[in-house]
Structures are given as C-alpha cells and as structure tokens.
Design a protein. Structure first.
Length: 592
C-alpha cells in the first residue's frame, strides 16, 4: 500500500468518547473529526458496537452529501479539494434510510494545534538542589461530563528518582486540561510523595457511573486537592536524610473530575509495615507501586492498587460507589500457603484481562495472575520482568496469551504463555542476562498471527511457535501503534513511527518539536484510539514542555472496525498505560 506520509498531521481535537469505558453506545457524535491535509479534508468517525453489520454511512459537507454512494468499507472519507473552512456531519443508513438527525457538525481542524500547558514553578530541595518540571504521562477521561475527553497530566520534577537512588525530589503535580488548554485543576501530591516512575500511578475512570471520570491516586500528609483541601497534616515532613519517605500515613484518594476536590480518602492498602519485609531496608522495594482498573465483578469498574513485586506482592481491589471507597479484596503473596512460590513474580507493570472467559477481569501481574475474587489463579515458576503483553496473539488457539521477557539472569529469556493457566507454550532458554525489553504484536503480514521479539533474542519470532520468521528484528522494542491502513500495527519508538519489513523499517512519521518520556523506555505521553476511526493517536510533549501535541493519521484504509475503546480490555489498558514501565494497549481480539 502506498503511504501518504504528508497526510500524517498533528492536532488537538474535542473528543467524544465518555470517561466511562466505551462498552455501550455512549458516543452519539461518533468521534467525528475532520483534519486538513494537502489533498483535502480527511473525515473519520467511530463504528459503534451496537451498529448493525450492514450499516452504511453518508458524509455531509456544509449540509450537502459529498459521497456518491453509501460508504460501507470504512469509517473514513477523504474529501479531496474541499475548502479548509468546511464543516462535516455523518449519517448512518440502514436499508438506504437515514435517521432524522445527523451527528453534530464539526469544523475542519488545521494541521497543527497543541494543547497548551501551564508549567509548575520549580524549586529547591532541602539539600540545595534546584529543579524544574517536565511533562510526563497522560491519561484521558471525560472529567466534566460534557461528552468530550479531557487530559490528566503528571508533572515530574527534573530530580525525580528511581527507587534505588537516594536524594530529595520536588513535588509531583497532576493537572487536568480541556483540549483547548483550559486547566480544570491542579493537585499537588506534596512533599511526602516522592517523584519517580515507580511512585505515582494514577487512574482516570468513571468509577461511580455518573458520566464523569474520577482520579484515583496514592496520597499522603500534605497532598492538596484541586480546590485547596489538604489531606492529613499539612505541615508534616516524613522525608529522611536520604530523601526517602519511609514513615507517616499513606492514603488512597479519589478526586472529583470537575474540580479536583477530594471525594474520599482511605488508608492505603497494603501499608508499608516493616520496610525490610519487602526485600531491602533502605527503601527501594517497599515503594514499588502499580495501579489499574478492572471489572472484577464483570459489570462495574474497580480501582486496583498494588505494592511490591521483587519479593512480596500485594494487590487490592477497591470500589468507589456513592462517594465512598470500599475495599473489595486483597491478595498478599506473604499469606499464601506456598509463599515462596508466589514471591518475586511481579513485573514493572500489570495487565488486566478476562483470561478465563467468565466475564470478569483478572490481574496479570507478570509471572502470576490474580483471579477476579482476589485469590491466586496461577504462577508459572518464572520471575520478575520489565515488559508485559496480554492479548490474542495466537488466533489459532482459544483464549488469550501472555508474552514476557525476564530480568533474572537464571530465568527463561522470554516466554509465551496461556493467559488462563500460565502454562508456557514456548520460550527461549536463559541467556544469563537481563532481558529488558520485549513486544508481542501483529506487525508483519508475512506471518500468520502476531509476532514476538525481545532485546536479547535474535530475529522476529512467530507468536504461535516461537520459531524465527525473519532474521531481521524490528528496530524498536518499545511501543506499537495502528497507524497506516492495513491490519498490522506499526512501531512507535521515541518520536517516530515506522513500518516493519524484513528488508528494513520504513519511516511513516517523525514528530516535530516533541520529546518522548521515561528515559530509554522512550514512551509517549499516551498512545490510544481516542477519536475517529479505529487507528490510534499518539500524544507527545513538546520539547519545551509548554504543550501536549496530538498526532493522528489520515492514511486511507478499507478496514472497518468498531472503536477500540468499546473493547473493555483495550479501554482499561489505556487507563493503566501510565503505570511504571508503560506498555501499549492490546485489545481482547486478534487482528485478521
């Protein structure tokens, strides 16, 4: 397929997906967007799960239909030669009959528009170190119920630390923005929340079903809400001389999406207890946190908060209903009958999926899975790793699979397993090394199903058998994205998007004036299908941290697919994407 790279554009646009996971038809405007390009206006919209299989569409420019025949093969349309001032609406057709009303009209966006940010003021630590702020991870949700997605951004100070590093850090801030740059609120997590990739995992989701997303995050004494409320003791300073916070209360708080006000605060579970019980005594492993969102009852979302993974691992599920947090269950590896078998199984991230097909979500925590009721579902004898992918990577077998590289020098280098049982389907023997990165996704049409690859194993591997299908490994082992018009995903690495081929990657997009996050992980602020058709958008911070820049594709496609946000597994993966070592979202289904 010819790829029109010049049609790849950047924009910030009002989104029409509700903060509630799009599992029902909650997008009446269908995510309609029109993007200006050198060839005209590229119009795209969402296919809903409730749409009939034979639904077709008409596109109207300024009230006049522009397509000659009903559109049946895609949910996008290139209106060649159209003026930049055009506005568009879309009407579905069943049996050639249109409904009485079209979608809301939208204007055509310019090829570049940023979401302006307000950078927090820098400061100085007690040891005299000056710091400023860098825009980091982003999540999305309809915070105010107006039908448009909003952004929640984490600001990291430039002296953020890995848990293994001593030293003071600046405060962490969470900002909420409308896509026109209006800031809804700022939450200051305070001096008693240390800054770094492993400390603050934030979840943005509509947990109480009121049509407005909330923010759930770990807090402490001195956390200040978007309305100025202070949690706990405002004057408390629990930092020790090494900058670690190993004393004082810890909380889980839910904040209102409209203004950032505290809705409820409860004691964080699990508490730190004795620091050394987590694997060391100086404060590294005790403060390794993960977070997610899961439908553990199959009907409504719950907050998942976790602590530890190198040795002890504890995971708790919380409900937020009627303004109150209630803990549903807690899994603790230390209380299992065979404790040693369940320790050291966690990853630098988690995944959420209905792995046993009972309609309720499980937590895949690296080399183990926790059932929807909080009991251990499986552990497979392997240990900690830096990357984790859960999806239907092998279409020829039922259910989902897990692909995971391993950090342990005595462990399997990487393995593909059954997500329901943890049974290892194939693996690579130990390389005696720390295999830091790995990806599973369908990136090449020349091999059936998905492919898998990792840093320390040569070649591109079949997800089905583990056999090498191409001697040439992709140039990226970080993120993937659906970008062009075919069914395969592309490689998202740093500020570029490439198309894989055994003969060499083809550059599809190079971001201009933007930067990636999280060091060598080179991750975007967010990548997800957040509007238009099923292709995914990518959000990067600008190099000066003054804006978030959203890129989308305008490449043509003949594939028609329901909006990925209507797939529950994909939607919750978007929510937990910011957790520790960020991973790309995977849907519950296999691509053709």
């Amino acid at each position: 397929m010819k790829r029109f790279n010049s049609l790849s554009v950047l924009l910030a646009v009002a989104l029409t997906v509700s903060g509630v996971p799009a599992l029902a038809d909650e997008t009446p405007e269908r995510g309609l967007v029109s993007i200006r390009s050198e060839r005209g206006n590229f119009v795209s919209w969402q296919l809903l799960g409730s749409d009939a299989a034979n639904v077709a569409f008409d596109v109207y420019r300024d009230g006049v239909r522009v397509n000659r025949a009903p559109l049946t093969t895609a949910t996008s349309y290139l209106d060649g030669g159209a003026p930049a001032t055009a506005t568009y609406s879309v009407r579905p057709l069943l049996g050639g009959v249109e409904p009485a009303a079209a979608t809301r009209s939208v204007g055509t966006l310019a090829t570049s528009r940023d979401v302006p940010l307000q950078i927090p003021a820098g400061g100085t630590t007690p040891s005299g170190e000056a710091y400023t702020y860098v825009a980091n991870d982003v999540s999305v949700g309809d915070l105010d119920g107006d039908g448009e997605q909003d952004l929640v951004l984490k600001w990291d100070p430039t002296n953020a630390k890995d848990n293994s590093q001593s030293g003071y850090t600046g405060n962490v801030y969470l900002d909420a923005y409308k896509l026109n740059g209006t800031r809804l609120w700022r939450i200051d997590l305070g001096r008693n929340i240390r800054a770094g990739a492993h400390y603050t995992q934030f979840q943005v989701f509509d947990y109480d079903g009121d049509g407005r997303a909330e923010l759930a995050v770990k807090t402490a004494d001195g956390t200040r809400s978007g309305t100025g409320q202070v949690i706990g003791n405002a004057s408390a300073d629990h930092r020790n001389s090494s900058g670690y916070v190993l004393a004082g209360p810890e909380y889980l708080s839910v904040f209102r999406g409209t203004d950032g006000a505290v809705l409820d605060t409860e004691n964080y579970v699990p508490p730190r207890g004795t620091v050394s019980s987590w694997g060391d005594s100086y404060g590294n492993r005790v403060d390794r946190f993960l977070a997610g969102t899961a439908y553990v009852d199959g009907a409504r979302p719950s907050i998942v908060m976790a602590r530890g993974y190198y040795t002890r691992s504890v995971i708790s599920a919380w409900d937020f209903r009627g303004g109150q947090l209630t803990r549903r269950w807690t899994f603790d590896s230390a209380t299992q009958s065979n404790r040693a078998a369940w320790e050291g199984k966690g990853n630098h991230q988690l995944s959420v999926a209905d792995v046993d097909g009972d309609g309720r979500d499980e937590i895949v925590y690296g080399s183990m899975a926790i059932d929807d009721n909080g009991s251990g579902l499986w552990q497979n004898g392997t240990r900690h790793g830096d990357a984790l992918h859960v999806g239907d990577f092998i279409p020829s077998r039922p259910g989902l699979e897990v692909f995971k590289p391993s950090e342990s020098t005595t462990d399997l280098t990487h393995w593909m397993g059954d997500a329901r049982t943890g049974q290892i389907l194939w693996s690579a023997p130990s390389c005696g090394c720390d295999n830091g990165r790995g990806v599973a996704a369908d990136i090449w049409a020349g091999n059936p199903g998905a492919e898998a690859w990792s840093s320390s194993v040569g070649g591109l591997r079949s997800a089905t058998t583990g056999a090498q299908v191409s001697a040439r490994k992709p140039g990226s082992t970080n993120f993937v994205i659906w970008w062009d018009g075919d069914a395969q995903r592309e490689l998202l690495n740093g500020t570029t998007i490439d198309k894989y081929s055994p003969n060499g990657d083809t550059r599809l997009l190079t971001g201009s004036g933007v930067a990636s996050n999280n060091g060598t992980k080179s991750t975007p602020a967010l990548s997800a299908d957040i509007y238009g058709d099923w292709r995914e958008e990518v959000i990067w911070r600008t190099s000066d941290n003054r804006a978030l820049r959203i890129y989308s594709t305008t490449e043509p496609t003949e594939i028609r697919r329901v909006s990925l946000l209507q797939d529950r597994q994909y939607r919750v993966a978007v929510a937990f994407q910011n957790t520790a070592y960020n991973q790309p979202p995977h849907p519950s289904f296999a691509t053709p």
